[in-house]
Write a protein that binds this ligand. Structure first.
Ligand SMILES: [Fe+2]
Length: 385
């Protein structure tokens, strides 16, 4: 059957300027007593954490426990420290403020609060049996989509790879999308996280497991990102930043219900080996994966080109699919995304990177069948460019 599919969105989304002030009201309405705010030190320094604690204090939460030890590519050891803190404080609600790292860490702390054990016990899809405590997510970047997904990606520090924990029971109850929280977001982070969102939309839309609802979300997100990413980065346009926040959420709904593909297999390998920021790792490799994938589904890549506004009327599907790849390559150049050899990748590691990419949980969702040899060829090509 062409249209056999399942679609799920366990998260309520509210968007608006200043909506972060509602966080206390939302928790009080759910009868929550003890809040753990999960974030990183950069946001504390930027004054964003103060904004959230002030909003909580206004609505009956004068004392909030803050766990601000989240790092990029968050580690299992960090999750376990956050869990120890939450247990000690009697946490019954989590508020995640930040990018994907903070939100994924909060989800993982929630898994342990509800189910006990260590986070590795829950690796894979559907291993969580008890729903996490109420989690409210406030994204402060424009890429992750984690506020609406039921996945957490956490680094296994013993075996040094990124594991995925997936279950509808770990999804945030509420996502508060507030463009006011983006005011201090540096242009380079908008560029990198925006490219992560574009990767989610393109991979989610072209994945082998895509369905009609994820197709709709993916194409619309690509269109929004194509229109808004450059003005958000280079003009600091507040409307463009707001649209990027929404596009990133819609891209999250797309890949959360479809899947990611080869580009995330590669970016998670880069993240585990070199701690490369996730958005950069995706952006660097996206044109190479698209170039490899376009031949397996020219019809869909032609629609990607249309959503990117680079499909001319007289173009065949084949030509349009090529134009989509070229467009993403040029976008990387305009956003000053570094090349693979500029982010510390060593030639002697390429084999290991290809092996890790090929064993990623999402490899079978990639548009075109891909394995270690194909990943290795893409890495080699990217190192030469
Ligand atoms: Fe991502």
């Amino acid at each position: 059957m062409l249209n056999n599919f399942e679609f799920m969105l366990p998260t309520t989304v509210r968007c608006g300027r200043g909506i972060h002030r509602e966080v206390g009201k939302e928790l009080a309405a759910r009868g929550k007593k003890r809040v753990l705010l999960v974030t990183d030190k950069g946001l504390a320094a930027a004054g964003i954490v103060d904004k959230i604690t002030a909003a909580l204090a206004e609505n009956g939460y004068p004392e909030v426990d803050i766990f601000d030890e989240v790092e990029p590519n968050p580690r299992d050891t960090t999750v376990h420290r956050g869990y120890a803190r939450a247990r000690e404080k009697g946490t019954d609600a989590l508020v995640a403020v930040g990018g994907g790292s903070s939100m994924d860490t909060a989800k993982a702390i929630g898994v342990l609060l509800a189910n006990g054990g260590v986070i590795k016990d829950y690796e894979g899809l559907g291993k969580v049996s008890i729903e996490i405590p109420t989690l409210i997510a406030l994204p402060t970047t424009v890429g992750t989509g984690s506020e609406v997904t039921f996945w957490a990606v956490i680094k296994d520090t013993k075996e040094n790879y990124k594991m995925s924990v997936g279950s509808p029971l770990i999804a945030p109850k509420l996502a508060l999308l507030d463009p006011d929280l983006l005011d201090t977001l540096p242009p380079a982070i908008i560029a990198a996280t925006g490219m992560d969102a574009l990767t989610h939309a393109i991979e989610g839309y072209t994945a082998t497991v895509a369905g009609p609802v994820t197709d709709a979300c993916g194409l619309y997100a690509i269109e929004m990102i194509a229109k808004n990413l450059l003005p958000a980065v280079y003009a600091g346009d507040p409307d463009a930043k707001e649209n990027m926040l929404v596009a990133s959420m819609i891209a999250g709904i797309c890949f959360g219900n479809s899947d990611i593909g080869g580009c995330h297999c590669v970016s998670e390998a880069l993240g585990s080996l070199y701690d490369t920021p996730h958005g950069i790792a995706n952006a660097v490799m996206l044109p190479y994966i698209m170039e490899y994938n376009r031949l397996a589904n020219t019809a869909k890549f032609a629609r990607v080109a249309a959503a990117l506004s680079v499909r001319a009327e007289n173009m065949s599907e084949w030509e349009a699919a090529r134009a989509a790849v070229e467009c993403v390559k040029r976008l990387n150049e305009d956003l000053a995304i570094p090349k693979l050899r500029e982010i510390g990748v060593k030639t002697e590691d390429l084999d290991e990177l290809a092996m890790r990419s090929a064993t990623n949980v999402s490899v079978d969702s990639n548009t075109r069948k891909v394995g270690k040899e194909e990943f290795l060829a893409m890495f080699r090509k990217a190192m030469e460019d």
